[in-house]
Design a protein around this ligand. Sequence first.
Ligand code: 5GP
Length: 200
Amino acid sequence: MVVSGPSGVGKGTVVEHAMSGRSAAARRLRRSVSVTTRPRRAGEREGRDYFFRSPDEFKRMAASGELLEWASYLGHQYGTPREWVDRQLEAGYDIVLEIEVQGAMQVREHRPEAVLVYMLPPSWRALRQRLKLRRSEAAEIQQRRIEVATQEFEYVRNYHYVIVNDRVAKAARQLLAILSAERARVGRADLDWLPAENSD
Ligand code: 5GP
């Protein structure tokens, strides 16, 4: 599953909340940790929030096919390590990628089975307020993030679902509901145990 949405919309909080639940869908859920060249923010931890790498190392990883997708965002590179994702999927987990739209479009192309979810703020005003509360960035960077968000909205129609994050618990419930529904799709469900046609 891909979850995109403007910076500050609360993707991470909603995904964390969804993973902390006790339902089968929640326990099957894992979150991919991306590689990035952007500097670490206060409170962020290597390997938990991101793998922080130099631009040279990132370039090497991208060139050698280690990344499932990657994109530039406000002057830094971000990418998804391919091997971890594939191993988890093979083990039966549902994987969430919290990535921006260019990366999401690459995933859609290479993995047509991926489910794309776009998370919206209840309003623009709410989004600006949340970015301000974050306080981890200069006002100028916040402004650029808002501008990028405006451009990103044009891609919403390439996604399968939208979730409005007006309440974290509700948005997390919707995310899990989407996962459960997608699991039940005829094309995805395990139907091998059904009797073959004319088997009697
Ligand atoms: P931030 O710097 O706020 O952590 O992330 C900036 C943007 O990059 C967010 O929209 C975030 O979802 C996105 N992002 C994080 N990791 C990846 C990744 O691996 N690939 C892509 N394409 N975008 C990512």
